[in-house]
Write a protein that binds this ligand. Structure first.
Ligand SMILES: Cc1ncc(COP(=O)(O)O)c(C=O)c1O
Length: 617
C-alpha cells in the first residue's frame, strides 16, 4: 500500500471547512433503527416523470375529487402594525408612523385579498405547482412539494443561515409541533416498563423546572423519566445547584439512564416566558455535547420577541433603562432586519448536529392548520421521514395547498426570472417568491402581541402592591401620612411569547401561617372567577413537571395569557385580576376565606375571561 494518498482539491478544502454532523444513531430507538424506506413511497418520485403512464400507484382518480377549487379571502401581510426592532432607535416614531399608513402602494392594507387553489395547474415544476390534483392526492412524506421547498429554503437561508455543520440542516413537515415531538420521541426512546425492564435502561429527558406539560405527557407514558433543570428569568441554568451540569455530572445511575434528551422552549417559554441568550445557549450546548444529550428545541413563539419589555419594565419601576444588549454576531444575515434582530435558534451553535428544532404554523397562522416542520441534521430527518411514511404520511393536502398559496402566492416576474437563473439543484430548493410578505406578516404579529403584553403588564404593575394608610406612631409625625406597601405578587415583563408568569407572595397575606399557602392559592383561583372579578388564570401546578415541584413551588404561580382574549379585554381583565387579588388580601378572617366556594361556579363560568388560554395549552 502506498504511504501517501492523492486527495482531490475539493476533498482537501472540505476537510478544513465545516465538519459534518456527528453520527448520533446510537441514540435511535430499536424500532426507528429498524425502519426501512416505505416500499410504496419510494416509487413516488417516478410519478413526476412527464408523460409517464402510471399504472403502478394505487391512487384514486383526481377528476373524481368532489372539490373543484379551494378559495379563501386572506389578510394582506401589512394588516398588523409592527413594533420597532430596536426601541432605542431615534427614528422609531417616524418609522412607526409610516408603518401605520393604511394605504400601501394604493391598497387598503386592512382589506382582504383572494386566493384560489385551482383544480389543475398548467405549471410543470412540482415545486411550484399548487393545485387540487396534486395537493389532494397521495404525496411524499416530506410534505407537499411547493410548501416543502419554500420552508426548506426559508429555514436554511432566512431563519438559520449560520448552522455550523457541513451541508446544513434538512426539514420534514409535521402535523404541528405536538406531532413533531411525538415523532422525535418515537425516534429516540424505547418504551420502558418498570415490570419488564432494568432500571439502568430507563430513558430520561431533561426539561425546564416549569414546562409545557403536553410535551412531557407524550414522553412519560413511554417510561421516560422527566428530569427538571433549575431556571431563572432566561431559562435553564448551566451551572450551580440544580443546573444542567450539576444534574448530569451527579447523575445517580440507580435512578435510570443519564438523560440523553433535553426538551426545551427557549423563546417565550411556556409558562415562564424565559428567553435564552446566545451566551447561555453556548454554555448549555457545551454541556449537552460533553454528555451526549440531544436537544429538542420546541420554538412556537420565536417570532414573538418583545424588545420593548426591558425598557418598559425599568420605566414602570423607576429604574434606569438597561443598556441595549447586542443580540448576536453570526457571519451570515437573513436579509430581513426583523429576523436578524431576533435571538437565534440553538441551531446556530450546533457543531455536532444534536439539535432537533420544532416549528409550527399554530401561532403564526392558526392552530387548526396542524402543520409545522422539524429541522435537524440530514440523518435524523431521514429517520423522521421513515416514521412519517408509516404514520401521518403528510399534513392534510387541503391545508398544505392553502398555506402554499397564502405564503408563496402569485409569483412576481422578477422572482420568476431569478428562479430560472438557478441551477436545477437549487431550483428544487427555491421558490420563496413571497418571503418578504411572510416576514412582514410575522413582524406585524409581533407588533400586535407586543402591544397586548404591554397593556397587560401596565395593569398588573399598578396592582402589585397593597397600599394602606396607617396612623403615625409619634404625635410629632401627625402631619405625615404613613403608607405601608405590601407586595402581593411579582412578575417580569415577558421578553417574548404569550404569557406573564405571576409569582404570588402568599407569605405577605394577613392570614399567612393561618391558612396554608397551597390552600390559599386554590381559594384565590376560585375567588378570581367570582363576580366582579371574573377571570380565569392557569394555576402553576399545571406546569409542574414533577410532584415535588408541584408541592414545593407550583402553587405559588399563575400563568396569564395576553393572546387569547380581545385586545380591549386584555386590559380590563388584567385590571380585574389585580383588583381580585387586592380584595383577597383584604380578607382577614380565616372563616371568611374558607367560605369561598371551593368549586368553580358554573353559572359564572360563561362570563369568565380566560387568561389561561385553555389552561395548559
Ligand atoms: C411550547 C409549546 N409547544 C407546542 C405547542 C403546540 O404546538 P402545535 O399546535 O404545533 O402542536 C404549544 C401550544 O401551546 C406550546 O406552547
Amino acid at each position: 500500500m502506498a504511504d501517501f494518498e492523492y486527495v482531490s482539491k475539493r476533498e482537501a478544502t472540505e476537510q478544513t471547512g465545516p465538519k459534518p454532523p456527528l453520527d448520533l444513531s446510537h441514540h435511535l430507538s430499536r424500532v426507528t433503527a429498524a425502519r426501512k424506506e416505505s416500499a410504496i413511497k419510494k416509487f413516488y418520485q417516478y410519478f413526476q416523470i412527464p408523460g409517464i403512464g402510471n399504472l403502478a400507484g394505487g391512487l384514486p382518480n383526481a377528476s373524481l375529487f368532489p372539490f373543484d377549487t379551494l378559495e379563501a379571502q386572506i389578510a394582506q401581510p401589512e394588516r398588523w402594525t409592527p413594533t420597532p426592532n430596536d426601541p432605542n432607535d431615534p427614528y422609531k416614531d417616524l418609522s412607526q408612523k409610516l408603518e401605520k399608513t393604511s394605504l400601501k402602494n394604493g391598497r387598503d392594507v386592512t382589506s382582504s385579498t383572494h386566493i384560489t387553489v385551482p383544480h389543475t395547474s398548467a405549471v410543470k415544476n412540482p415545486m411550484q405547482k399548487i393545485d387540487i390534483t396534486s395537493a389532494l392526492q397521495y404525496g411524499t412524506a416530506q410534505g407537499y412539494p411547493p410548501l416543502f421547498s419554500f420552508l426548506r429554503q426559508f429555514t436554511r437561508e432566512v431563519l438559520h443561515p449560520n448552522v455550523p455543520y457541513a451541508g446544513g440542516p434538512e426539514i420534514n413537515l409535521t402535523c404541528g409541533s405536538t406531532d413533531g415531538m411525538a415523532k422525535t420521541l418515537e425516534a429516540f426512546t424505547d418504551v420502558w416498563s418498570e415490570e419488564r425492564d432494568w432500571v439502568r435502561e430507563r430513558p430520561g429527558m431533561l426539561c425546564e423546572e416549569f414546562a409545557y406539560m403536553n410535551a412531557l405527557q407524550a414522553a412519560a407514558p413511554r417510561g421516560v423519566q422527566i428530569v427538571p433543570v433549575a431556571i431563572d428569568l432566561e431559562g435553564m441554568l448551566p451551572y450551580g445547584p440544580g443546573g444542567l451540569e450539576d444534574v448530569l455530572e451527579n447523575w445517580d445511575d440507580s435512578k435510570g439512564k443519564r438523560p440523553h434528551l433535553m426538551y426545551t422552549v427557549t423563546i417565550g417559554q411556556n409558562p415562564t416566558s424565559g428567553t435564552l441568550s446566545v451566551k447561555r445557549r453556548k454554555e448549555l450546548y457545551e454541556i449537552c455535547s460533553k454528555y451526549d444529550v440531544i436537544i429538542i428545541e420546541d420554538d412556537p413563539y420565536w417570532y414573538l420577541q418583545f424588545p420593548s419589555a426591558v425598557g418598559k419594565e425599568a420605566e414602570a419601576r423607576n429604574l434606569p433603562t438597561p443598556a441595549p444588549q447586542p443580540i448576536h454576531q453570526f457571519a451570515k444575515k437573513s436579509g430581513y432586519a426583523f429576523i436578524d434582530s431576533l435571538v437565534p435558534s440553538y441551531l446556530n451553535v450546533d457543531y455536532d448536529g444534536r439539535v432537533i428544532r420544532l416549528d409550527t404554523f399554530s401561532k403564526t397562522v392558526a392552530p387548526g392548520c396542524r402543520v409545522g416542520w422539524i429541522t435537524a441534521q440530514p440523518a435524523i430527518i431521514e429517520r423522521i421521514l421513515r416514521i412519517t411514511e408509516c404514520s401521518t404520511q403528510q399534513p392534510s393536502g387541503f391545508v398544505q395547498s392553502m398555506l402554499s398559496e397564502l405564503i408563496m402566492g402569485p409569483q412576481p416576474a422578477l422572482a420568476v426570472a431569478e428562479f430560472s437563473k438557478k441551477s436545477k439543484k437549487d431550483q428544487l430548493a427555491f421558490t420563496g417568491w413571497e418571503t418578504a410578505g411572510w416576514v412582514r406578516w410575522l413582524a406585524g404579529l409581533r407588533g400586535n402581541y407586543e402591544n397586548r403584553m404591554n397593556r397587560m403588564c401596565t395593569q398588573l404593575e399598578e396592582g402589585r402592591f397593597l397600599l394602606k394608610q396607617k396612623t403615625p406612631n409619634r404625635t410629632a409625625d401627625a402631619d405625615w401620612a404613613v403608607i405601608s406597601k405590601t407586595k402581593m405578587f411579582s412578575f417580569d415583563w415577558p421578553r417574548a411569547g404569550m404569557f406573564v408568569w405571576v409569582h404570588m407572595h402568599y407569605d405577605t397575606h394577613p392570614l399567612a401561617g393561618v391558612v396554608p399557602g397551597p390552600k390559599m392559592s386554590e381559594l384565590l383561583w376560585v375567588f378570581l372567577t367570582t363576580v366582579p372579578y371574573l377571570v380565569l388564570a392557569s394555576p402553576g401546578a399545571v406546569f409542574s413537571p414533577t410532584e415535588e415541584i408541584r408541592a414545593e413551588k407550583g402553587w405559588q404561580y399563575f400563568r396569564l395569557c395576553f393572546a387569547a382574549v380581545d385586545e380591549e379585554e386584555v386590559e380590563k381583565s388584567s385590571k380585574r385580576f389585580a383588583e381580585g387579588i387586592k380584595a383577597f388580601w383584604l380578607i382577614k378572617d380565616k372563616k371568611e376565606m374558607e367560605d369561598i366556594e371551593p368549586e368553580i361556579n358554573q353559572d359564572n363560568l360563561a362570563q369568565v375571561a380566560d387568561l389561561g388560554m385553555g389552561m395548559a395549552c
